[in-house]
Design a protein around this ligand. Structure first.
Ligand code: MLC
Ligand code: AMP
Length: 516
């Protein structure tokens, strides 16, 4: 018996509209460019053929650290099409961070921005990568040059549901980042569920148009947003950078928008963002970080639209969502809604037993959306799955009587700043290595724009006097800018409990009003 083709690209390709000359993507920053569905098909075929010509091993990883561009999206689709494994990297990561990912994932191919080619190719070739291409956000680079002569026809590689499609690195609470292994089946099942649950409208119902303004190296922008539009044959209005004024201007042409809470806060600060601008909108979706109830309400008052909040993570894609269809219930601010159809969500208390509604515990998940494990980290994988196979999210929450989930906190020491995850342990590791620093505690405090902001509290070594500004400058040269503390305080000692554990809650209380 032959297994049916489960290549995610094949499923997306099958959803392209019959008229391939229609616009699939229109760029919105700078001179507008129109990419037709035929352009997407041909360009991804050329890049897939280039990759196929490189004689790469089965399951080869293609690591990508580029600026956002339509061509970068095409590269992602081409990797799926050719049957290799996509490994996206945040373009804020610096050389030291990228070196770790390349050492751990051992990609055969690296695609980087031209401006980073020097250091990026040096470290990739040292780690055994065989090909390094460049791709810039102005449609230049060796990737496109090398792909140009290849055929614009390509039969998608046959992939099974369990075959690896992407590795997404998520930082570890202790130690280094872990690569979550996502399969073609994980992506496809979640994309099909969301297509239905969020009521994506096909041509017959007027057709949806998505404003795409998120980065494309994480679950939210690359997968949830792009897959949603592609699987529905919907046009995207494409922003390489989020600009609230420009987005507000284009809203009348769109029906769907997806953002992290910071994007909604910034839209509310934009005078051009009005109910009139939202007149054709059908759906605003928020996720990746908690949406404050104040933002939820201010948004409804200003635009007349109720934001749909949903909850996901790299390891599980989307787990819960507020209803889109009123028949299923209302959209409740402060909650992440109901478990998605086909996704099992439970809340487990300290006793190890499921909680009754209203009781708080650890959120666990099972379903076809849940990843297979961490790349080459069987121990970590075992630790994060319960004995019966449910994945422990590290988020803490409760169900209410109607089955809505509210996230009340995290058991993992994690800060989410503007939708990006920052693991305090990682930043503390860098700080503790700096001259004059004895120890440090990195915490998140409320911030009006980023939701949470990273700050650090540092204890000096005897007779040393580290300067906060110098510590910030040193961090900026080592780690991604969004992880760098917005403020550093030097203190005599960190508060500790009787077990010697740093009491971060006391530090959060002491600094909680810093940005308010
Ligand atoms: C930028 N800066 C940040 C930051 N983004 N600081 C803290 N947190 C952030 N998120 C800082 C930079 O360090 C810089 O500081 C200054 O802000 C300006 O940088 P910028 O690049 O010009 O910022 P901007 O373009 O305004 O970016 C802000 C943003 C961006 C909100 C648009 O952060 C963003 O796109 N966030 C979305 C993240 C996302 O897609 N997450 C989804 C993860 S998936 P300085 O000091 O250097 O000048 C996931 C699963 C799920 O979580 O459920 O979806
Ligand atoms: P990531 O590892 O980047 O995929 O981030 C996943 C984490 O983001 C989850 O474990 C949650 O802690 C958080 N998250 C995602 N969506 C929401 C949401 N709607 N509300 C609160 N936290 C969220």
């Amino acid at each position: 018996m032959t297994t049916p083709q489960q290549n995610l690209f094949a499923a997306l390709r099958a959803a392209f509209p019959t008229d391939l000359d229609r616009t699939a993507i229109e760029t919105a920053d700078g001179t507008p460019l129109h990419y037709s569905w035929r352009d997407l098909d041909r360009a991804t075929a050329r890049i897939a053929n280039l990759l196929a010509s490189l004689d790469l091993p089965e399951g080869a990883r293609i690591a990508v650290q580029t600026e956002k561009s339509v061509e970068a999206l095409m590269l992602y689709l081409a990797v799926l099409r050719a049957g290799f494994v996509y490994l996206p990297l945040n373009n804020a990561y610096q050389a030291g961070e990228v070196a770790y990912f390349i050492g751990n994932a051992e990609p055969s191919v690296l695609v980087c921005s031209g401006k980073n080619f020097g250091w990026a190719s040096r470290l990739a070739f040292t780690a055994g990568t065989t090909h390094v291409f460049t791709l810039n956000d102005d449609r230049t680079g060796t990737l496109l040059d090398r792909a140009a002569p290849h055929s614009e026809e390509h039969e998608p590689a046959v992939k099974h549901a369990d075959d690896l499609a992407a590795i997404l690195y998520t930082s570890g609470t202790t130690g280094r980042s872990k690569g979550a292994m996502l399969s073609h089946g994980n992506w496809l099942s979640n994309a099909l569920t969301l297509k239905d649950f969020w009521g994506w409208r096909g041509e017959a119902e007027g057709g949806d148009v998505l404003i795409h303004a998120l980065p494309i190296f994480h679950v939210h922008g690359l997968f949830v947003a792009s897959h949603g539009a592609l699987l529905n044959g919907s046009k995207m209005i494409w922003f390489n950078r989020f600009d609230p004024r420009a987005v507000a201007e284009r809203l009348p042409e769109a029906t769907v928008f997806m953002g992290v809470p910071t994007l909604y806060v910034r839209l509310l600060a934009e005078p051009g963002f009005t109910a009139q601008a939202c007149r054709n909108m059908r759906l605003f979706i928020s996720g990746s970080a908690p949406l404050l109830i104040d933002t939820f309400e201010a948004f409804r008052a200003r635009s007349g639209h109720t934001i749909l909040e949903r909850y996901g993570m790299s390891e599980t894609i989307m787990l819960c969502s507020n209803p889109c269809d009123a028949v299923l219930g209302e959209r409740r601010g402060g909650t992440v809604g109901l478990p998605l159809p086909g996704v099992g969500v439970r809340v487990i208390g300290d006793s190890g037993q499921p909680c009754v509604s209203g009781e708080i515990g650890g959120i666990e998940v099972t379903g076809p959306n849940v990843f297979a494990g961490y790349w080459r980290m069987p121990e970590k994988t075992r630790e994060e799955f319960a004995a019966d196979g449910w994945f422990k999210t590290g988020d803490v929450g409760r169900f209410d009587e109607q089955g809505y989930v509210t996230i009340v906190g995290r058991s993992k020491d994690l800060i989410i700043s503007g939708g990006y995850n920052v693991y305090p342990a990682e930043v503390e590791g860098y700080l503790n290595e700096m001259p004059g620093v004895a120890e440090s505690a990195v915490i998140g405090v409320p911030h009006p724009d980023f939701g949470e902001a990273v700050i650090a509290v540092v204890v000096a070594r005897p007779s040393a006097a580290p300067e906060p500004a110098a510590l910030v400058a040193a961090l900026k040269s080592s780690i991604a800018n969004f992880k760098v503390p917005k403020q550093v305080f030097v203190v005599d000692a960190l508060p500790r409990n009787t077990m010697g554990k740093v009491q971060k809650n006391l530090l959060r209380d002491a600094h909680g009003h810093l940005f308010r």
